[in-house]
Design a protein around this ligand. Sequence first.
Ligand SMILES: [Fe+2]
Length: 270
Amino acid sequence: MSLQAEEERVVTLPVRGAGSPARAVAAAGPEDAIDRALQALNTDRLRDDYQSQSSFLYLSEFLPADATQQLIDAANALLPEVNRNYLPGHKAGGSVSRHTIDRLAPYIAELYRSPRLIAWLEKITGDRLQLSPEDDPHAYALYYYTRAGDHIGWHYDTSYYDGRRYTVLFGVIDNSSCKLDYELHTKDPNKADVPGSVQYPPGALILFDGDKLRHRVTPSLEGEMRVSLTLEYVTDPNMRPWRRFISNMKDAIAYFGFRQVFRKAFGGKV
Ligand SMILES: [Fe+2]
């Protein structure tokens, strides 16, 4: 950060009982953190990488340390809110939905809406991105791997929307042996599948088109803990009613529980 930018964040606060105002450094918001993150990147080259990998990009270092720490603090604070799920043969783990994040972790909600982050994602993907609808619990969510065997099997982040669905993953906490395994080009008949595997650390970023990247997270071991943050952006937030039903049932059973997913139908009273 430039000295000038640093000075702009120094604010003057009145201190009760003091003869002169004290100077304090204001906590940087996510927009400032994204600004610093993007200064270090060559976006044109990364767009080429994204395209050559069939709509997949991995950056082992993205978020500045202060922003990563905000996510770590939020992930720890939200541990009592984790909703555990178990789908035999496919998935085990915990989730915290955007509705809970809205109440208890506004930094994450603000990060999701960062205009600079969205503008950068649009340059990489070449798409005009929109926020997921208010009632989509995946819009931003934390995924927890805290017990032996927590994992998710091979899948796509299928879009039930009329347009494309993009997934952004941030590493938050990783005291685990879990790996994100993936296969590139599975939807491109002209390219051979290319397998990959990454153990992405806190502050890392992964971006992909949900319908194009086949992926899984390998099982955690006893005593391990891993938390990732996912952000979801769409190109068309409309959804056909029958797809809405399938999507809601999947989210209720596999991720967030019926209370979080169907809270709108219950008049927001759950
Ligand atoms: Fe996924």
